[in-house]
Design a protein. Structure first.
Lengths: 114, 112
């Protein structure tokens, strides 16, 4: 069974601060996705990283995939209250078709105070 | 159209009731999923349909019965649920072999 350890579980910061969320595993993933979920809604895909060492930027969000494709990070610069939500990483297993069996991290609940 | 539509948004049911959750997508996706999510926790996979056939059942109790009438529709039939089944039920779809999931807004289910 593949596991994704996501940390921190909770993050409460002031507007304008920077933050980083980590997802780590001993397993290799063919790709890793980051989702954000707001209360009462389903998760929304932010980005997918596929290549080891890959870095993707989405405005103030920077996503990194580890060289060995076992870990990933999400860095938010100058957080805003609109960034508040549950952030989820999800890995697709390497080797063969995953058949949709993503492994989710435990989630990070981010609260950005004005 | 990049939406996954779920109905109803909220559902309250007694333990003896029978109800159904509905999900629809028009993105041409051939894989559809049911997930269960407890508050502030990650989604837990329940079922996966591939090309309208059930391909994964994650040992879900038989009081949950999925159905895929066609490539755009996915239902989850509920019967004799327990209070611990109260949760947000999420439907998702993806192109087969492409694991990017498109989620609906979910049905918030309360079992009394």
């Amino acid at each position: 069974t593949q596991l994704l350890e996501q940390s921190p579980q909770f993050l409460s910061i002031q507007e304008g601060e920077n933050l980083t969320v980590y997802c780590n595993s001993s397993s290799v993933f063919s790709s890793l996705q980051w989702y954000r979920q707001e209360p009462g809604e389903g998760p929304v895909l932010l980005v997918t990283v596929v290549t080891g060492g890959e870095v993707k930027k989405l405005k103030r969000l920077t996503f990194q995939f580890g060289d060995a494709r076992k870990d990933s990070s999400l860095h938010i610069t100058a957080a805003q209250p609109g960034d508040t939500g549950l952030y989820l990483c999800a890995g697709a297993p390497a080797g063969g078709t995953s058949y949709g069996k993503l492994t989710f991290g435990q989630g990070t609940i981010l609260t950005v105070h004005p | 159209d990049t939406e996954v539509t779920q109905t109803p948004k909220h559902l309250v049911m007694g333990m003896t009731n029978k109800k159904s959750l509905k999900c629809e997508q028009h993105m041409g996706h051939r894989a559809m999923y049911w997930y269960k999510q407890k508050a502030k926790k990650p989604p837990e996979l329940m079922f996966v349909y591939s090309y309208e056939k059930l391909s994964i059942n994650e040992s879900v109790p038989s009081r949950f019965s999925p159905e895929c009438p066609n490539s755009s529709l996915l239902n989850l039939h509920l019967h004799a649920l327990q209070p611990e089944d109260s949760a947000l039920y999420l439907c998702a779809s993806s192109g087969w072999g492409n694991e990017k999931l498109f989620f609906g807004s979910g049905t918030q289910l309360s079992v009394l």
